[in-house]
Write a protein that binds this ligand. Structure first.
Ligand code: NI
Length: 137
């Protein structure tokens, strides 16, 4: 494995072996030629996300949550949070995925800090198994 860019800075990392195994499996699946390019792409994604959070202005995002509606109080908590941030939430779509699982996709608009706050509030609800904030703009 060679880094073709001669201006690239070499860094060495210590990582948990199981993490490397999983990472390499994804590299193969995505047909990356080397780990350096894959690591650089992951870092760029992480950095741009941080820049997004620090950034000013009105942002648009979607927040997807997966939860078990059978767990007591979970639907009420999710509704409560959406009402609390009602001024920033544009729309939400509810999908009854299976007997137990519900998927909710929320579209929100506002400051990055607020978008993150909505996502964090939803993620912390007991019974929410997955919460993903996706930046749209
Ligand atoms: Ni449902």
């Amino acid at each position: 494995m060679h880094e073709s860019n001669k201006y690239a800075k070499r860094v060495s990392l210590s990582l948990p072996p199981e993490l490397v195994v999983k990472f390499d499996a994804i590299i193969i699946k995505k047909a990356y030629l080397n780990r350096s390019k894959a690591v650089a792409d992951v870092l760029r994604d992480w950095i741009s996300r941080d820049e997004w959070v620090q950034g000013k202005g009105v942002k648009v995002c979607t927040i997807s949550i997966l939860y078990d509606h059978g767990m007591r109080g979970v639907s009420d908590r999710i509704t409560e949070i959406q009402h609390r941030f009602g001024a920033s939430i544009i729309a939400s779509m509810h999908v009854h995925l299976s007997h137990d699982d519900c998927l909710e996709v929320i579209t929100a608009k506002g400051s990055a800090r607020e978008m993150q706050e909505i996502a964090d509030s939803l993620a912390s609800v007991r019974g929410v198994r997955h919460c993903k904030l996706a930046v749209v703009r």
